[in-house]
Design a protein around this ligand. Structure first.
Ligand SMILES: CC(C)(COP(=O)(O)OP(=O)(O)OC[C@H]1O[C@@H](n2cnc3c(N)ncnc32)[C@H](O)[C@@H]1OP(=O)(O)O)[C@@H](O)C(=O)NCCC(=O)NCCS
Length: 165
């Protein structure tokens, strides 16, 4: 279902649905941001199967993106990334807020995500949103010279709804 873009900051800045045409820009940010990036095919598959895929756009430029699956009462935030040139100006926070709002609106009762314990910027962002660590997946991520654990974070969306009201 098409949704109107959420405007913020100035009319030139918006969070809107990701389109097929955005994928090359999204992949460029992805490759510059992660040592083990998602492929172009993964993003296209996420769009094809109807995952919630959003971009933060500044004018025509894609500055960041978020991807989430929803189902069986649970939302899974699968990717959240802001291009290096656009970080620390609130875009990650806005993308995360929008995904959580969409999950709650879709009737999901909780949201989960995985994060590398070494990723302090992302962990601060998630904890500030009310996520709590509920587990650790051993050797979940590829890492240079081996594997890295993933911290599993959870947010109860009933609580998130109450906080935002
Ligand atoms: C994590 C990421 C999405 C944050 O995006 P961002 O747009 O820079 O974040 P924001 O400006 O919205 O900041 C929101 C909060 O995140 C935290 N944060 C962001 N950057 C931070 C940094 N460099 N160091 C510490 N905390 C940081 C802070 O709590 C911040 O809130 P504050 O400004 O009130 O202190 C971004 O750093 C990124 O894309 N990193 C690479 C990809 C990645 O690791 N994604 C997460 C995978 S689980």
């Amino acid at each position: 279902m098409a949704t109107a873009p959420e405007l913020f900051g100035s009319a030139a800045e918006a969070i809107r649905a990701m389109r097929d045409a955005d994928v090359p820009e999204v992949v460029a940010i992805e490759r510059a941001s992660y040592q083990f990036p998602w492929s172009e095919g993964i993003f296209r598959d996420c769009l094809r199967v109807g995952y919630t895929c959003r971009v933060a756009a500044i004018g025509r430029q894609v500055a960041g993106y978020g991807v989430m699956s929803v189902g069986a009462g649970e939302a899974h935030i699968l990717n959240l990334c802001v291009g290096a040139a656009f970080r620390c100006r609130g875009l990650g926070k806005r993308l995360l807020t929008l995904l959580i709002e969409r999950a709650a609106a879709a009737g999901m009762s909780e949201a989960f995500l995985e994060v590398r314990p070494s990723n302090t910027a992302a962990i601060r962002l998630y904890l500030a949103h009310g996520f709590e660590q509920v587990g650790m997946r051993r050797g979940y991520y590829q890492a240079v010279g081996g594997r890295e654990d993933a911290a599993v974070l959870r947010l109860g969306l009933r609580a998130a709804r109450l906080r935002s009201s």
